[in-house]
Structure formats: C-alpha cells, structure tokens
Design a protein around this ligand. Structure first.
Ligand SMILES: NC(=O)c1ccc[n+]([C@@H]2O[C@H](COP(=O)([O-])OP(=O)(O)OC[C@H]3O[C@@H](n4cnc5c(N)ncnc54)[C@H](OP(=O)(O)O)[C@@H]3O)[C@@H](O)[C@H]2O)c1
Length: 244
C-alpha cells in the first residue's frame, strides 16, 4: 500500500465529498464515513473505484466514541494506517436560544466538537508511531470573534471550541510530525444551507459571491501539502471577507 490514506468524515456529501473526489484523483486512498447518506456514500466510493482509485465507505455516527474507535480500526485494518483526517461533518440548525432544546444543544456539541476530539484521539496513536499526520477541521468564519449568536448559539460555541481544540492538538502533536489546522468557511454552496439563505447573504460578502466546494477543497489541499509542513494551529478564513 503505497498511497497516502485519508479518512474524511461527512465524505458522502458537500465539502467532504469534494475533498474525497479531489484526493482520490491525486492518488490518495480515500475512506469516507457517513451517518445516514448511504446511497451518496456508495456513489462516491464507486466513482473513485471506477477511476482506478481505492475507496471505502463506512457508516459511522462520529458523535459516539465507540463508533469512532470502530471506524478508525476498520480503516487501519484495511490499509494499515491513516495519514490524514479531515473532519468534514459539522451540521447546524437555526433556532432561537430560548427555543433550543437540551437535546438540540447536546446534538450540536456532540456532532461538531466531541466528534473531533474522539477522532483525533483515535487517529493520533498511529500517526505518532509513523511520525506523520495531518488533521484538518472546519470552523466557521466568524467563530474567532466570539460574537453573540441568538440563532445559532450552540453551533457557534461548538465551532469556537473547534478552534481551541485545533490549537491544543497542534501543540500536543507538533513534535510527532503531525499538523492540526482549521479551515473556517463563511458561506459555501455545499448543499447544507437553503438556497434562499445563501442568496440573501451575497450582499454581505465583500467579495460579492458565495464560495464553492472547490474553494474549500483547495484550502484543505494546502494544509495537506508538503509546503505546509511547518504550519500548525492555523485558522484559515475562507469567506470572501465575510465575518472577519
Ligand atoms: N457550507 C458552508 O457554508 C459552511 C459554512 C461554515 C462552516 N461549514 C463547515 O464545513 C464543514 C462541511 O460543511 P458541509 O456544508 O459540506 O456539510 P455538513 O452540513 O457538515 O454535512 C456533511 C455531512 O456530515 C455528515 N454528518 C453530520 N453529522 C454526522 C455524524 N454525527 N456522524 C457522521 N456524519 C455526520 C452528514 O452525513 P449524512 O448525510 O450521512 O447524515 C452530512 O452529509 C462542516 O463542518 C460545516 O459546519 C460549512
């Protein structure tokens, strides 16, 4: 197995899917996990395999520690290692803070933040042994401003947490040749936000347009590149100037 191995959460759809197809084209062996989108995940796997690449599509709810350890074992069992982890899964919902339920709050924390801790904890031992690793997570472009967020409170707090977790992991893993970085999108046309919501945002974006999946793919590719070997703990804004 001479290819580099990447594990991408949320790889069946949106930005994760874009990263999966791009890395497969570049010769990586690509494992994606999905929670509910089995058909989309299999489509990604078949597309990669039809082009002569190596792919795995594994069902996993990354908000659950046991499921995450199983996922990592399956990929390492199949291909011997994980060189890069891309934390693509990061769902959100819009709800006024006082309409938020305890379950909704916990869901945002578990899916956006706990999952990244679980995955990093599970992949780090193998990366440390091999003295190589790349971990890339997604924040959100205004999360470092610590603003009041009446309608996306739990999601926003989880994303601010992602940035702190990224820097903490970066510090802890730097000596082992592992970099840990965040990409923080503003508005990307990835299919996760309603088109009307995206259209309404255009006038607030200094660049004058919504970003696309390839913008996000290229940001991830930078952090995976050899040129970025000394870049760790970074938060790369990907927002056309929104949220800065
Ligand atoms: N798109 C944007 O404009 C934007 C803006 C700011 C930040 N971001 C961040 O960028 C990242 C990618 O965004 P995106 O819009 O492409 O996708 P996304 O809305 O995060 O969804 C991608 C996939 O994540 C999967 N997922 C969610 N919870 C999961 C769980 N517990 N276990 C396993 N998979 C789970 C879903 O899989 P299933 O379909 O299989 O359920 C979904 O298809 C996210 O972290 C997002 O928060 C995006």
């Amino acid at each position: 197995m001479d290819k580099r191995v990447v594990l991408i959460t949320g790889g069946a759809r949106g930005i994760g899917r874009g990263v999966a197809l791009n890395l497969a084209e570049a010769g990586w062996a690509v494992a994606i996990c999905y929670r509910t989108s089995q058909q989309d995940a299999e489509e990604v796997q078949h597309t990669i395999e039809a082009q002569g690449g190596k792919a795995l599509a594994i069902q996993c709810d990354v908000s659950q520690w046991n499921a995450v350890t199983d996922l990592v074992q399956q990929v390492e069992g199949a291909w011997g290692r994980i060189d890069a982890l891309i934390n693509g899964a990061g769902p959100y919902h819009r709800v006024h803070l006082f309409e938020e339920t305890p379950e909704g709050w916990a869901d945002m924390m578990r899916n956006n933040l706990d999952s990244i801790f679980f995955l990093a904890k599970a992949v780090a031992p193998g990366m440390k042994t091999r003295k190589y690793g790349r971990i890339v997570s997604f924040g959100m472009a205004n999360a470092d401003k610590m603003e009041a967020q009446p309608y996306v409170t739990a999601h926003y707090i989880a994303k601010a947490g992602v940035l702190i977790l990224t820097r903490t992991l970066a510090k802890l893993l730097a000596a082992d040749g592992i970099t840990v970085n965040a990409v923080s999108p503003g508005f990307i046309d990835s299919g996760s936000s309603p088109p009307e919501e995206l259209a309404g945002m255009v006038k607030k974006i200094p660049a004058g347009y919504i970003g696309n999946i390839q913008d996000a793919v290229q940001a991830v590719r930078y952090f995976l590149s050899d040129e970025a070997a000394y870049v760790t703990g970074a938060n790369l804004h990907l927002s056309g100037g929104w949220g800065i």
